[in-house]
Design a protein around this ligand. Sequence first.
Ligand code: SAM
Ligand code: DTB
Ligand code: SF4
Length: 324
Amino acid sequence: MNMQNPAIDNTLRHDWTVDEIEAIYCAPLLELMGRANAVHRARHDPDHLQKASLLSIKTGGCPEDCAYCPQSAHHREVKIDREQLMDPVSVIALAERARSVGAERFCMGAAWRRVRDGAAFDAVIEMVRGVRGLGMEACVTLGMLEPCHAERLAAAGLTAYNHNLDTSPEFYGKIITTRTWQDRLDTLSAVRRAGIDLCCGGIIGMGESIRDRASMLQVLAGFAPHPESVPINALVPVAGTPLAHRDPVDALELVRMIATARIIMPASTVRLSAGRTDLSREAQIMCLLAGANSIFYGEKLLTTPNPEESSDTALFRALARMVA
Ligand code: SAM
Ligand code: DTB
Ligand code: SF4
């Protein structure tokens, strides 16, 4: 592929081939970053980094067997405190606190296999209404859902639903056996049909090949419209999970993954998600140059640590205009 003189092509395409995507991913790093940055600047304000805040509203005891996840009940050696569903008043108070330190989006995760009608789902609906009432974007991730649940969430004002592909269709069976690839697609289409934005991405560092990464990105870019939000997670290896001993992700692999996502999905928000604690300030800035325009802000993701406020403050200071 000739990237010597990239006339910035930021048209929205849904017909990328895996070969094309793999060639982009494998391009010389500086060319790849330059192209991704040009696409980013053509479509987004390069100075705007969206801060999203994450909260686990129901933790642990999940019946699914996702190999990476500390919340799966299948991984009995994981040390995790299971917690029941939080009450909406406390959740909304935490959202308000997140807003006061600059979060624009509040994301709530429940370790459920699927959504069911009942008091718990009613409480989530109340949380969504409360967060929207604060003027923040609201995102939830609750596992699989049916069209009727998606419609109720839409009526409550939900901005986006997070449901990741996690990996390629080819590698998927090595990571999750308790629900199928098709189950994932069905949930995503219910979300879309209800008019809710899709937040859909995946994880690198689970033992997948570069071809798998390109293949996952092809499925994402094949959705029409593209997912509005694409979280790219680096595996956080958690003791007691089957992936506890995976080698850490090379920061430059994450840069390549983000740059490729940015090039093939020019208009989407690309989120530098799990894995930031292992990245230097400079590596994170490379991810932002490569097209990431959102991070999770706050000291915890769902159950694992995220950078402390002080190191994020240092990151924001480094990004800001210098005072001479
Ligand atoms: N149960 C819901 C589901 O699977 O849709 C929602 C919660 S789940 C924790 C949300 C996403 O977090 C997963 O799809 C996965 O991509 C990411 N995730 C979970 N554990 C992770 C880990 N240890 N490292 C990196 N990403 C992780
Ligand atoms: C996503 O793709 N990453 C976030 C969000 N969606 C919900 C979650 C990351 C979780 C990391 C492991 C944990 O803290 O439990
Ligand atoms: Fe359950 Fe979601 Fe974790 Fe899978 S990723 S075990 S579905 S909480």
